[in-house]
Design a protein around this ligand. Structure first.
Ligand SMILES: [Zn+2]
Ligand SMILES: [Zn+2]
Ligand SMILES: [Zn+2]
Length: 363
């Protein structure tokens, strides 16, 4: 065995959460405690990610909206859809804030480095197609998330008790009247993602939100092996050895599939990949008009999972579902001509406006 000399930390069976504990409190990367920070912020936003206070409040903007946070208020109508087009919705302002959440639960559900939410008043939110096609998942004691049953794309989070809807901004087309104003849960940010913009960063929820994160345990890393799991933890996998490439994809399909500013994918050879548990819960959705583009997600939680294509001998891992740090960092942006208008690329990585050259050129 190649790793017989190493302690078998990565192969320890993960114990099932007892019924009174959130099932999602398993198997997530703990960026916070690895950096020596306190552990309670190591996991997910239970809110989830409430960026505005109850809009029934006497102060509709909320005291947390400082002059810097405060941007345009308006009555714009924007619409969005999941990747397969079954789940569609419209949302109307006033929009008062937009937040990038780096918590491990958002990363796992979206499969992306972070999720961006546009909070809107509940009165302005409307499902326009197939609300019944949603899979809902209790991701913490206070939070229910949902995604499309067919394609797994994250859906808006409707919070009647807060009189608001949290809309994932990735699928929204056209010009939004505002841009993200802050990063939250950077204490559990993916180690492979560098924040290069100048927006305010909060370790967890900003204090003015008045709520705390939930604790999420860590997964031990083994040298040479990168592991990951879905949001509910029922599906887990590992890949061994070096990756071919890691890149940020801004195409419309990735933005719809991930519900995020962009996807970040790591490409491996299929033989480097193996499921550790729950492979029977992994569902594939192939875009009918696409030659190859297929996404894979957990049937139970709709969390993003790797797509394994044994015919092309490639495994595409959405980096957001990783539990341990991969051996490389994003190397470029692709399809930047299709980038979300509200997202600014602020790093120095090369940008390709359209598709990159084929990873495996025909010989
Ligand atoms: Zn769908
Ligand atoms: Zn979050
Ligand atoms: Zn799952």
């Amino acid at each position: 065995m190649r790793h017989a000399h190493l302690p078998h930390r990565g192969r320890r069976p993960v114990s099932r959460a007892p019924p009174h504990v959130d099932a999602c409190r398993m198997g997530t990367v703990d960026g916070a405690s690895r950096q020596g920070r306190s552990k309670w912020i190591s996991g997910g936003c239970p809110g989830p990610c409430p960026a505005v206070r109850d809009s029934r409040s006497s102060n509709p903007t909320g005291p947390h909206l400082t002059a810097r946070h405060e941007q345009t208020r308006n009555q714009e109508m924007v619409s969005g859809s999941c990747l397969c087009g079954t789940v569609t919705y419209e949302v109307q302002g006033p929009f008062t804030s937009m937040v990038n959440c780096h918590c491990s639960m958002c990363r796992k559900q979206h499969g992306a480095p972070f999720a961006t939410f546009l909070p809107a008043p509940l009165a302005g939110f409307r499902w326009t197609g197939a609300e019944a096609a949603l899979v809902t998942f209790q991701s913490s004691t206070r939070s229910v998330r949902s995604g499309c049953k067919t394609c797994g794309a994250p859906a808006p989070i409707v919070l009647p008790e807060r009189n608001m809807a949290l809309v994932p901004a990735g699928p929204l087309e056209g010009d939004l009247p505002l841009t993200p104003q802050m990063h939250i849960f950077v204490g559990s940010k993916a180690p492979w993602y560098a924040i290069t913009d100048g927006l305010p960063q909060h370790e967890a929820f900003p204090p003015e939100f008045g709520v705390q994160g939930v604790e999420r345990p860590t997964v031990d890393a083994r040298p040479g092996v990168t592991s990951g799991s879905c949001l509910c933890g029922e599906v887990a996998f590992e890949v061994e050895g070096d990756a071919l490439i890691m890149q940020n994809c801004h195409c419309t399909r990735c933005r719809r599939a991930r519900g995020a500013a962009h996807g970040t994918n790591i490409f491996y050879r299929a033989e480097q990949f193996r499921w550790l548990r729950g492979a029977e819960l992994a569902v594939d959705y192939k875009i009918p008009e696409a030659k190859h583009h297929t996404v894979t997600f957990c049937r139970r939680c709709t969390g993003a999972l790797p797509r394994v294509d044994t015919v092309r001998n490639v495994a595409v891992v959405p980096a957001g579902c990783l539990d341990t740090d991969p051996p490389l960092r994003p190397q470029r942006h692709i399809f930047t001509a299709h980038k979300a208008a509200w997202f600014a690329i602020t790093d120095e990585l090369p940008q390709l406006p359209e598709a990159p050259p084929p990873l495996f050129p025909r010989t």
